[in-house]
Design a binder for this molecule. Structure first.
Ligand code: C2E
Ligand code: MG
Ligand code: MG
Ligand code: MG
Length: 288
């Protein structure tokens, strides 16, 4: 047991909590070195056409290969990086990496294959950082990737914090030629009045609504309403967290255009994503 004094409150931590707090503190302190030490990793999860099964692109998802803690997942380090501001350089690294890696993935496709897209998450702190536009523009310029092949994802929560800023910045990204997606839709509090003014291309239905879509009538009704809303606003819909073929069939029958989830592939390092791509493209051998 330990006692920690902060202000006038005294926190009493048990051993487990102490270890957890200690680990968080070490991660916090190590984080400013993560980019320089080359410890960040970009993993890629495929996104497919819900009807044809064709690959349309990948979402880039960050991992941190920590020298002593091993592979750390974003649910652990992104909130810390948001707090200490490191998400800004880490996010800039991710934009550069994702653009370069998408070119490698595109090169692995047949020459006549349609252009793939890579989706990169921007968190609130990044989205409000004065340098974020430069980071996006630089990643595109340095890699030579076509802006239409880069999709930027922000959550509903991020979009609604400062709606005028959102309108301005999304407008600039749109002028640059990027695709724009609203992540985790349904979990925040969107002002529909603003939603219709944001130049968004894609709405991502949060996986919490997809999980029980086969058994829960209410989740099905919510998903249906989200798809209808998105289409009326001129947006395409991607469902996150699709784990079963029956979920995909139902979503496709409801008009959802795209799917992403463990059914087709987990997030994977670039070399595995390249191997996944080869296997996905191999024509199915007909059995007699
Ligand atoms: P997100 O952007 O909503 O990403 C989708 C998350 O759902 C990913 O978790 C992915 O691995 C997981 N997922 C995908 N398909 C399935 C499925 O079929 N079943 C289940 N149970 N989960 C699935 P991940 O990679 O742990 O990332 C968590 C969150 O961390 C992301 O949620 C995003 O908000 C944030 N994040 C990840 N990478 C970055 C990054 O580079 N920058 C920023 N700012 N945030 C990031
Ligand atoms: Mg996302
Ligand atoms: Mg999401
Ligand atoms: Mg999320």
């Amino acid at each position: 047991m330990a006692r920690r004094q902060s202000g006038r409150r005294v926190w009493v931590l048990n051993d487990g909590e102490q270890a957890e707090a200690g680990a968080a503190l070490r991660l916090h302190n190590d984080m400013h070195l993560a980019v320089a030490r080359g410890e960040l990793r970009a993993w890629y999860q495929p996104q497919l056409d819900a009807h044809s099964g064709a690959l349309v692109g990948f979402e880039a998802l960050m991992r941190w290969q920590h020298p002593t803690h091993g592979l750390v997942f974003p649910s652990v380090f992104i909130p810390l990086a948001e707090d200490n501001g490191q998400i800004v350089p880490m996010g800039a690294w991710m934009l550069e990496r994702a653009c370069a890696d998408l070119l490698a993935l595109q090169r692995a496709c047949p020459p006549d294959a349609p252009p793939l897209r890579v989706a990169v998450n921007l968190s609130l702190r990044q989205f409000c950082d004065p340098q974020v536009y430069e980071h996006v523009a630089q990643a595109l310029a340095r890699s030579g990737l076509a802006p239409t092949q880069l999709e930027l994802e922000i959550t509903e929560g991020t979009a609604m914090v400062n709606q005028q800023h959102t309108l301005d910045l999304l407008g600039r990204f749109k002028q640059l030629g990027c695709m724009l997606a609203l992540d985790d839709f349904g979990t925040g509090y969107s002002s529909l009045a603003y939603l219709k003014r944001f130049p968004l291309d894609v709405m991502k239905i949060d996986q919490s609504f997809v999980r029980h879509i086969l058994s829960d009538n209410e989740d099905r009704a919510i998903v249906h309403a989200i798809i209808t809303l998105a289409h009326h606003l001129g947006m395409k819909v991607i469902a996150e967290g699709v784990e079963q073929a029956a979920q995909q069939q139902l979503l496709a029958s409801m008009g959802c255009e795209l799917v992403q989830g463990y059914l087709h592939g987990r997030p994977m390092p670039l070399d595995e994503a390249l191997a996944w791509l080869q296997a996905h493209q191999r024509p199915l051998v007909k059995r007699t």
